[in-house]
Design a protein around this ligand. Structure first.
Ligand code: DQA
Length: 151
């Protein structure tokens, strides 16, 4: 029985990981990332939901369900990071810790990637660590949730 549950949510085009601009996003597929997250969650005693959608409304519906289902959210909103007030609003409505992940260093890239609607809501942001960023986010989330439970 795990001590907390975490939703790992992935936005548009991340289903193409491994074949999509590998010089930027690396060679691992989303299945590889899911496996890394499952291994990390087991080690950290977390239960895990790992989801991806290309549809903004689907991501929002999962975030609404997360309000009562999970203790924390790790999200790579992908391009919606830079465009979606609706996803930022859904994250604000959750009232659970949120960690934002980006595989690439968005600040080294085009100017339109430098702004995030999600960052002001996030407890932590992990950028430019490749797919390892997801594992780092789960490790940080476990620490946050353990500290909150102890208070
Ligand atoms: C991304 C960065 C975004 O700018 C981009 O639209 C993505 C992926 C990343 O993980 O580096 O799709 O979120």
């Amino acid at each position: 029985m795990s001590f907390a549950s975490v939703l790992v949510l992935n936005g548009p085009n991340l289903n193409l990981l491994g074949t999509r601009e590998p010089a930027i996003y690396g060679a691992e597929t989303l299945d590889d990332v899911a496996r890394m997250c499952r291994d990390a969650a087991e080690r950290l005693d977390l239960s895990l939901d790992f989801c991806q959608s290309n549809a903004e409304h689907q991501l929002i519906d999962w975030l609404h369900a997360a309000r009562t289902k999970v203790d924390g959210v790790v999200i790579n909103p992908a391009a919606y990071t830079h465009t979606s007030v609706a996803i930022a609003d859904a994250l604000s409505a959750i009232d659970k810790p949120v960690i934002e992940v980006h595989i690439s260093n968005v600040h080294r890239r085009e100017a339109f990637r430098h702004h995030s609607f999600v960052s002001p809501i996030a407890e932590a942001i992990i950028i430019g660590c490749g797919t390892q960023g997801y594992v780092l986010a789960l490790e940080r989330m476990a620490t946050i949730l353990k500290t909150r439970k102890a208070q």
